[in-house]
Design a protein around this ligand. Structure first.
Ligand SMILES: C[S@@+](CC[C@H](N)C(=O)[O-])C[C@H]1O[C@@H](n2cnc3c(N)ncnc32)[C@H](O)[C@@H]1O
Length: 232
């Protein structure tokens, strides 16, 4: 099965347990990380924001809660989107948050559509990372901001050791028990370890043509927010 199709199938299978496991395995810290991204994003006062790999729409809902602005969410997994749509409808946000199925590496929007683009825990799944980052730039208006939240590699003692043990042993075992998926929660530490973080990630953003690239380290480097601006 091609990588994209297997990623889609995996998220379809875990969609029912995804939110619970996210908050449970991170002790709720994932919510604080999303709030931090939103706080940073709102500094540029966007009016229409693209949420890529929106999944169950937690980031889109948080952004709307803090700002009331219009958001378009895109994801390849129809079951993650269905779970997100249910939350949006229940919260009465259907007029402001629109979800659609699509591939972040091949977006269906014209150039320069959005004031800002954001993605939480999504870039790690891309088949072609530089292509996905270039697509974000293409659909951003000039001067538009991109915000990327992703797991990174904590470097200092003891967070590196504690988190290393937690992510390699605890997350796969408990994730498998609760989700009943044999490999999805093994995929998380494996892909994080193989994924560029810190300066290596900033370089990919620079090569895609973003300006003012910088990084905000979260929880001792367990996750990071990478930000950049599409030049004028
Ligand atoms: C770990 S979840 C993150 C969901 C959400 N952003 C959050 O913060 O909880 C990753 C999501 O990326 C989606 N995804 C993976 N590859 C994608 C692609 N090429 N285009 C769009 N969505 C993709 C998956 O379907 C999944 O919903």
């Amino acid at each position: 099965m091609p990588q994209k199709e297997s990623v889609r199938a995996m998220f379809n299978e875990i969609s029912g347990k995804y939110d619970f496991l996210n908050h449970f395995l991170s002790f709720g810290i994932d919510r604080l990380w999303r709030k931090r991204l939103v706080k940073e994003l709102l500094k540029s006062k966007p009016e229409h924001v693209l949420d890529l790999a929106t999944g169950t729409a937690d980031l889109a809902i948080e952004l709307h809660r803090q700002s009331g602005i219009r958001i378009t969410g895109v994801d390849i997994s129809e079951k993650m989107l269905a779970a997100g749509q249910e939350k949006i409808t229940k919260s009465g946000l259907a007029d402001s948050i629109e979800l659609m199925r699509g591939d972040a590496e091949n977006l269906q929007f014209p150039d320069q559509t959005f004031d800002a683009a954001m993605i939480a825990f999504g870039v790690r799944n891309f088949e072609d990372l530089p292509l996905g980052i270039s697509e974000m730039k293409r659909v951003l208006k000039k001067g538009g901001k991109v915000m990327i939240l992703e797991f990174s590699h904590p470097a200092s003692f003891p967070i590196k050791q504690i988190y290393g043990f937690y992510s390699r042993f605890f997350i796969p075992v408990v994730g498998k028990m609760i989700s009943s998926h044999p490999t999805a929660y093994r995929y998380l530490p494996d892909t994080v370890a193989a994924f560029p973080s810190g300066k290596a990630f900033l370089n990919i953003m620079l090569q895609a043509g973003f300006d003012q690239c910088r990084m905000i380290s979260l929880s001792g480097g367990i996750a990071s927010i990478y930000t950049g601006t599409r030049p004028d």
